[in-house]
Design a binder for this molecule. Structure first.
Ligand SMILES: C[S@@+](CC[C@H](N)C(=O)[O-])C[C@H]1O[C@@H](n2cnc3c(N)ncnc32)[C@H](O)[C@@H]1O
Length: 335
């Protein structure tokens, strides 16, 4: 999946965007994406009245809204009809599944609300939650409460992690191992890539129940039900035994979890972590820093800290391998 980063925009469009007011541009794109405008305009030239009907937009501002998207090179107007530009079609329709459109745009709105009180959080030290006066649930609670969110998240993450999965299967040597437990395994995308490469390997994806319902379908779609099983559970409460590989890919690899993983893993077994890490001086990458600013507790972790945690949990022969950017694979053995 390719993200619509600013480098995809023509220079003449970029030249019109001022960094201090870029949030207005961003909101227009976000709203267009969230109400499904780009999907409505895909392969169709529609008049304002049809767009009104299909999107539910009632405001007299619709024309200006479409004009902004036009200036950004996302919507093309011909006479009194509008349709997608090639850019919008590629990045907002063809390159992303509908689940990505729905789940990601909703979380962007939450981020936007958090960022609306950035100044106050910096000056007062209070959390966004306190300042906004709202209760904010984590994404796991959200998915536990709302099966549609669990569906969209799991399908979205399948696409989002295809590249990680491919690189994991290229870089992880599973010779001599048979049985993987994919903790917080989500869509199972990592396990799918590994069992495809290693014909002797079986995997079990453990995740919360609403996610596992979707994972089962994905595994069936790939024809892998004989080699990948699923388990609905809570990895913070119980990690099953009987596995010689335990994976944590973009899943909680805190000290406590690693200690529990160590306890449950077979002797001679391997733990595998795939995650993004911050630079040693905590100044990169940008997206992690931006997440830290909207978060209410410090969580940035460096590769060195992650390796120390593995060591502390009891793992030995700890190895690291860069997959791409700030995404690394770490492995450790239980002797
Ligand atoms: C960011 S996703 C990564 C999914 C998958 N490992 C991948 O790489 O695509 C983290 C996953 O951990 C799961 N998770 C979070 N807390 C959990 C818990 N207590 N028990 C089981 N799974 C949990 C979430 O439901 C989610 O599917």
């Amino acid at each position: 999946m390719i993200e619509m980063t600013l480098d995809k925009l023509p220079r003449k469009v970029l030249a019109r965007i001022d960094l201090q007011t870029a949030f207005m541009v961003s909101q227009c794109v976000l709203v267009a994406e969230n109400i499904g405008l780009f999907r409505i305009l895909e392969d169709k030239s529609l008049t304002l009245s049809v767009i009104r009907r299909k999107t539910g937009i009632r405001s007299w501002k619709l024309e200006s809204f479409l004009a902004v998207l036009g200036v950004l090179g996302l919507v093309v107007r011909r006479g009194d009809t509008y349709n997608n530009s090639r850019l919008a079609s590629k990045y907002y329709v063809k390159e992303r599944p509908i689940e990505w459109t729905r789940f990601y745009s909703e979380t962007c709105f939450l981020d936007y609300a958090d960022y609306s009180v950035l100044k106050e959080t910096l000056l007062t030290g209070k959390s966004n939650i306190e300042l906004l006066g709202i209760k904010r649930e984590g994404y796991v609670e959200y998915m536990r409460r709302d099966k549609h969110a669990a569906h969209d998240f799991t399908r979205m993450l399948y696409h989002d992690h295809l590249r990680d999965a491919e690189l994991l299967s290229k870089n992880l040597d599973l010779t001599g191992y048979n049985n993987i437990l994919d903790l917080g395994g989500g869509s199972g995308v990592m396990s799918i890539a590994l069992v495809r490469k290693y014909k002797f390997v079986k995997a079990c994806v453990l995740d919360i129940e609403p996610v596992i319902k979707v994972t089962k379908k994905i595994i069936k779609e790939h024809g892998l039900t004989k080699r990948i099983t699923t388990l609905a559970g809570d990895m913070h409460k119980h990690i099953p035994e009987g596995y010689d590989v335990i994976m944590l890919c973009d899943a909680d690899s805190s000290k406590d979890t690693l200690k529990n993983v160590y306890q449950s893993l077979d002797t001679g077994g391997m733990v595998v972590i795939v995650d993004n890490f911050s630079s040693e001086d905590l100044t990169k990458p940008l997206f992690r820093l931006l997440w830290q600013l909207r978060s209410n507790s410090p969580w940035l972790m460096t590769l060195k800290q992650a390796k120390e945690q593995l060591q502390e949990a009891g793992f030995r022969s700890i190895r690291q391998k860069k997959l791409y950017g700030c995404t690394w694979m770490l492995t450790g053995l239980k002797r």
